[in-house]
Design a protein around this ligand. Structure first.
Ligand code: HEM
Length: 493
């Protein structure tokens, strides 16, 4: 840090008296000509930008992605072009439902969003610490989020609307099970896995298409908080995850994650039991094993939180050649939602802020807009095609056509397995969780559902209990017992 410098106004005028307003005599009123007072008060009034509509509380770090294994048979994306290749990146971790000042230990999924500064443009993989999500249609997203935020009347979090929504949308059960296990309260950001969650595509140099899921696994080991610990952290150190990440990077104890893909060919896709584009389902790792790709290392703290983390704009629409979307409806909705949110939250030219900008050439004909400061194309033509600049559309970047199953436009596309909301959550509870995880999950559910209140209390509890029973009778029994429910009253069909 440079020291011993003159204080100036924002227009560079040295300010001889920074702390006292200009008055008529030592005790008189302040003069209208005190422009520096106006500047200070006016800029202060404008310090806040809208917080993110979701994932408002977060922490960021810069890092490096290194390729350790060759996957060029699946993708021509330049980031994966050779073993040993390093790409600069940025990560933002977050909770989902709380405000910017909320506690890091809230029971919530954690955002685990990656930004890669590749030579073919920015690639963002905006994932969570869970492989699945609560819903599978973007039309449900605003309703879902309303139930996770504050009640419009009490202005408090409301377990009744939380469970009302989940019990009426059983596709949420898989993610609810993860949320209600101790994975819903991870110990900070260094000790959890991350997932791209959606099905994406990879395209290789021969234009062959593969379907993939992305996984990034912590090398620090998984560590979660129990219910009691999470409440304790909330009271005593609500920002502990931010400090844990910051301090560990300061101490050169750089967090690392191993990056994997799971792959399906288009043929395998057709045979999969469930809709492979349904983000409420995982792909079996037995059938589609993890393939190691590389390593993420977080090695640099942002020097200014607001500039680099609050103004960071991560968006699933930031995609690069060799990596593509899939028909996952949620992903399709997200392709719109993020850039739209960021134009509102940060401003039209948010992509030229240092944390968001592609360090390699950006070249097009968009011009002007508030706060343009990147040269704005200088005196070069602002339209295309033109007879002057010789710019061209690089045809090799046209992607490849999608093969779709149907040309019928409709609202529903279901087969019987699309409504199977129970097999995978049941597997998770019965076969994957150990006894301790099972007991804690039941305890966490009971603690949360005990907050359900009001005239619909019994209806909501019974409906959700039926979902738990449909997934696993041991789970249903455990929750029913914890809530003192007489299960003979349940309609378990
Ligand atoms: C943030 C919308 C589903 C992970 C956001 C933001 C919006 C949004 C508007 C704030 C963006 C900003 O202001 O910068 C949606 C919609 C969804 C959806 C409409 C469903 C259709 C998901 C899913 C995941 C996810 C399925 C994970 C798999 C995240 C993360 C952030 C975020 C990690 C924070 C990014 C950051 O750190 O800046 N979402 N979201 N969202 N969302 Fe979603």
């Amino acid at each position: 840090m440079e020291t011993n410098k003159k204080i100036t106004s924002n227009s560079g005028t040295p300010i001889g008296n920074y702390q006292d307003s200009q008055t008529v005599g030592p005790r008189g009123p302040i003069l209208l000509q005190d422009f520096f007072l106006h500047e200070k008060l006016a800029l202060f009034n404008r310090e806040r930008i809208p917080e993110r509509i979701v994932h408002a509380k977060g922490s960021g770090a810069f890092g490096t992605f290194t390729v350790t294994h060759d996957i060029t048979k699946y993708t021509r994306a330049k980031i994966f072009s050779q073993i040993g290749k390093k790409t600069k990146m940025f990560v933002r971790f977050s909770t989902v439902g709380g405000e910017k000042g909320s506690a890091d230990s809230e029971r919530d999924p954690r955002g685990f969003a990656l930004k890669f500064y590749t030579e073919d443009g920015i690639w963002d993989l905006v994932g969570n610490n869970t492989p699945v999500f609560f819903i599978k249609d973007p039309r449900k997203f605003p309703d879902f989020i309303h139930t996770q935020k504050r009640d419009p009347y009490t202005n408090c979090k409301n377990p009744t609307m939380f469970w009302d929504f989940f019990s009426l949308n059983p596709e949420s059960l898989h993610q609810v099970m993860i949320l209600m296990s101790d994975r819903g309260t991870p110990f900070g950001f260094r000790h959890m896995h991350g997932y791209g969650s959606h099905t994406y595509t990879l395209v290789n140099a021969k234009n062959e298409r593969f379907y993939v899921k992305f996984h990034y696994k912590t090398q620090q080991g998984v560590k979660n908080l129990t219910l009691e610990e999470s409440i304790d952290y909330k009271a005593k150190n609500p920002d502990y995850a931010q400090m844990d990440l910051l301090k560990s990077i300061e101490q050169k104890n750089f967090p690392k994650y191993t990056f994997y893909i799971q792959v399906m060919t288009p043929e395998m896709l057709k045979d999969y039991k469930w809709n492979p584009f349904d983000v409420t389902k995982v792909w079996s790792q037995k059938e589609y094993p993890l393939i190691e790709v590389g390593e993420i290392e977080l090695n640099k703290n942002p020097q200014n939180y607001f500039q680099d983390v609050e103004q960071a704009a991560l968006a699933p629409s930031n995609i690069v050649d060799g990596i593509g979307f899939s028909p996952d409806k949620m992903l399709q909705g997200r392709i719109f939602a993020y850039a739209d949110a960021q134009r509102y939250r940060i401003g039209t030219n948010y992509q030229s802020l240092p944390v968001n900008a592609c360090p390699f050439a950006v070249n097009n004909y968009s011009r002007d807009g508030a706060m343009r400061h990147d040269g704005n194309g200088g005196s070069s033509p602002n339209y295309f095609p033109n007879s002057f600049d010789g710019n061209y559309e690089p045809k090799e970047y046209k992607g490849q056509p999608y093969e779709l199953e149907s040309s019928i436009v409709d609202y529903y596309d279901r087969n019987e397995n699309d409504d199977d909301h129970y097999s995978q959550p049941g597997d998770l509870f019965d076969r994957i969780m150990d006894d301790n995880a099972k007991a804690n999950t039941i305890k966490n559910i009971v603690a949360h559902m005990s907050g359900i209140d009001g005239e619909k209390k019994d209806e909501i509890i019974h409906r959700q209990l039926c979902h738990f029973f449909r997934a696993s009778s041991a789970l249903g029994m455990g929750v029913a017992k914890g809530l003192n429910i007489d299960i003979s009253k349940l309609n378990l069909k």
